[in-house]
Write a protein that binds this ligand. Sequence first.
Ligand code: AMP
Ligand code: MN
Ligand code: MN
Ligand code: MN
Length: 285
Amino acid sequence: MSAGVDLHLHSTCSDGLLEPAALMAFVASCGVRACALTDHDTTAGLATAAAAARAHGLVFIPGIELSARWHAGTVHVLGLGIDGDSRALATAVAALAALRAVRAAEIRARLDRAGAPGSAAFAHIPPGVVPTRMHFARALAALGAVPDLQAAFRRWLGHGRAAHVAAGWPELAATVEVIRAAGGVAVLAHPLRYRLSAGQRRELVRAFKSAGGTGLEVAIGGAAPRQVEAAAGLALRAGLEGSAGSDCHDPALPWHRPGRLAKLPQALVPVWNRWLSTNRAAFEA
Ligand code: AMP
Ligand code: MN
Ligand code: MN
Ligand code: MN
């Protein structure tokens, strides 16, 4: 286990439960020394998080988790070390916000049509956040329509269910391009979570690399050792660097606890090596 580096975290600016500043305090209390805030499709929390991170002695890498399309499916691309003020990124984020607004309205309507309290759930989503399926799931659970989050995905929001809406996310290659234009490095998030065959997965990773991707998320919150090995194998085969992130959304979930991650396998180049000069000790904890 390694606790020092965590480059995948969510705040209330997207579907996390902690405000950016509270998240940084929590992350520091978990023993993390270097971290990235990577909210879905928004940079709104970066300035506040950066200031809070500084106050807690954390090395802060500004990040984002962008929703993208590869063939017919959705993939998530982390942009790490991005310039939060980048024009190219702001344009992409505005387009994603518009897509998400339309999609959330459609999810709401489909839930209502399916006999679930879609409109009531929609009303639970705080204004100004990036609306995700996670918000609907939490609201449906809070309303008592399902016993828990997982049930909301199983019953309504998951792939193939009545309120699953396939958004027209931007293409993978365009997404990588935006991250690079914003001065960041692109890391393909949780590569084993996509509904793909082994061959398709290798093809995705190859396509990501040829589009200009730099890293693959290998040490992931809650991953079993053989999953870390499998992701490391994919990275090595494609010539990608390795990244580490808990994907923490909720401080109460122990398997996504910040910094609670497998060590990156020795053979991989850590994606964070490029930031070592900022504070080497923070990355070696
Ligand atoms: P969206 O980007 O709107 O499709 O929402 C995706 C988010 O929902 C992910 O980032 C996760 O936080 C959450 N999510 C998706 N599937 C599940 C699931 N089966 N269980 C719990 N959370 C999920
Ligand atoms: Mn999420
Ligand atoms: Mn994700
Ligand atoms: Mn995430």
